[in-house]
Design a protein around this ligand. Structure first.
Ligand code: AMP
Length: 279
């Protein structure tokens, strides 16, 4: 992988990397298309990274569809699929080097998934060192992951441009996710509460609401009407530092919830208000 990528860069080609865990859907393919449009050579990685799963999480049952993924990637004109084995990525059971983005890694998903962002930052920095891409493409779907990776790249002076692509949704608004495959028909309907709550917040924000506490209350109220879905967090935070804000303009509305045992996430970036109403 490194040889191929280096050869491309020596030939003055711009190399784009799309890191994924496979089980590809239109969300992933939107990243591939963005990379295809901005780069001369595109590599997609498929690696279900064990170090970002907690001991009670879904690593063993995580959906895998390697042959199908390769066909989809070939159809998009991807030059390289990098699909290392776990042994290749983590050959030493004694490996003790981790990349930890302190502080950010304990927020949002990091608060409910201890060690998750350490696993993400470590594997993404390994992928960056293997592929040495000029640009790497990530989805806004994982908003906290975007904040962690941006911070890692800045703090460690990694020579890679981070490109973030919008959330791709199903026709009814559910954010596409490989984990949606876990949902039965009934759960699939109930899962819409995540998007509904975000839309409610967006509606209030468009009507001039900037008070984060009130917007959060309105979003959470949607979950109270869907008690079978267990809310993990519903927060309005600064998209870079992931700290709660009082004024929601330009902020990130982020939600995570369990539908049955399936943990789903979604989010929305509120637009900046050019002036404050009222006082
Ligand atoms: P994953 O395979 O879940 O690790 O996701 C790989 C990349 O695809 C990450 O950068 C995700 O943020 C992105 N991604 C996943 N779902 C979506 C979606 N619905 N819309 C946009 N990007 C997505």
């Amino acid at each position: 992988m490194r040889e191929a990528s280096r050869a491309a860069r020596l030939a003055r080609k711009r190399v784009g990397l799309v890191p994924t865990m496979g089980a590809l859907h239109e969300g992933h393919l939107s990243l591939v298309r963005a990379a295809r449009a901005a780069c001369d050579v595109v590599a997609a990685s498929i690696f279900v990274n064990p170090t970002q799963f907690g001991p009670t999480e879904d690593l063993a049952k995580y959906p895998r569809s390697f042959e199908r993924d390769c066909k989809l990637l070939a159809r998009e004109g991807v030059e390289f699929v990098f699909a290392p084995s776990v042994e290749e990525m983590y050959p030493e059971t004694t490996a003790t080097t981790w990349v930890t983005v302190e502080d950010l890694s304990g927020k949002l998903d990091g608060a409910s998934r201890p060690g998750h962002f350490r696993g993400v930052a470590t594997v993404v920095s390994k992928l960056f060192h293997i592929v040495e891409p000029d640009a790497a493409f990530f989805g806004q779907k994982d908003a906290a992951q975007v904040a962690v990776i941006r911070r890692m790249v800045r703090d460690l002076n990694l020579p890679v441009e981070i490109v973030v692509c919008p959330i791709v949704r199903e026709a009814d608004g559910l954010a596409m996710s490989s984990r949606n495959a876990y949902l039965d028909a009934e759960q699939r309907k109930r899962a819409l509460v995540l998007h509904r709550a975000l839309l409610r917040v967006e509606e209030l924000s468009r009507a001039g609401g900037t008070n984060a506490a009130r917007l959060i209350a309105a979003g959470r109220a949607e979950f109270e009407r869907e008690p079978s879905v267990r809310l993990d967090y519903f927060e309005i935070v600064d998209p870079d530092g992931l700290d709660p804000v009082a004024d929601a303009s330009g902020a990130l509305v982020a939600v995570a919830a369990y539908v049955g045992t399936t943990r789903l996430i979604d989010n929305l970036l509120l637009s900046e208000t050019s002036h404050h109403r009222g006082h």
